[in-house]
Design a protein around this ligand. Structure first.
Ligand code: FES
Length: 150
């Protein structure tokens, strides 16, 4: 993993129509080839805006509504986290490149993998289950969750 501080700009919001899926509440948001590792896209399903992130080949879906003051969280850049503790011999290092989302309104940082705020554990972005089936990236929004693909 790179120790450099990286950022990527957001893409415009793209409306997607719910594609066919095998499970109630599951939506096909894009094809896995649409997002290379390190890329993300903001999509809209009805009134819900979601950031879809490809992090090292795994896909994540995050509600683009910041729990701080409801800013468009997924329009912010993706970055890394700095640490300075015993594990780094008390020297600042960048870690988890491409896994941290920065809300564009007030700069709060969130872990894309689980939605947690890095500065306030009471605040969390809503995350949604994602699975890839036959190249389709499917997000579960409500309804019963399908079994993971084999
Ligand atoms: S609305 Fe996101 S940090 Fe304030």
């Amino acid at each position: 993993m790179s120790d450099s501080h990286t950022e990527a700009t957001s893409t415009p919001v793209e409306s997607v129509s719910a594609g066919p899926a095998s499970s109630p509440g599951e939506h096909v948001v894009l094809h896995e080839s649409d997002l290379k590792p390190g890329e993300h896209k903001v999509v809209r399903i009805k009134s819900l805006e979601l950031g879809i992130y490809n992090i090292a080949g795994s896909f994540y879906a995050v509600h683009s509504m910041c729990p701080h003051q409801y800013g468009p969280a997924c329009l912010g850049p993706v970055t890394s986290k700095s640490i300075c503790d015993e594990s780094t011999n008390w020297k600042f290092q960048w870690t988890r490149a491409g896994e941290i989302l920065v809300c564009p309104w007030h700069g709060m940082q969130f872990d894309i993998l689980n939605g947690e705020s890095l500065s306030d554990k009471k605040l969390r972005l809503r995350t949604f289950p994602v699975r890839v089936v036959d190249g389709e990236v499917r997000v579960q929004i409500g309804g019963r969750r399908a079994s993971p693909a084999a």
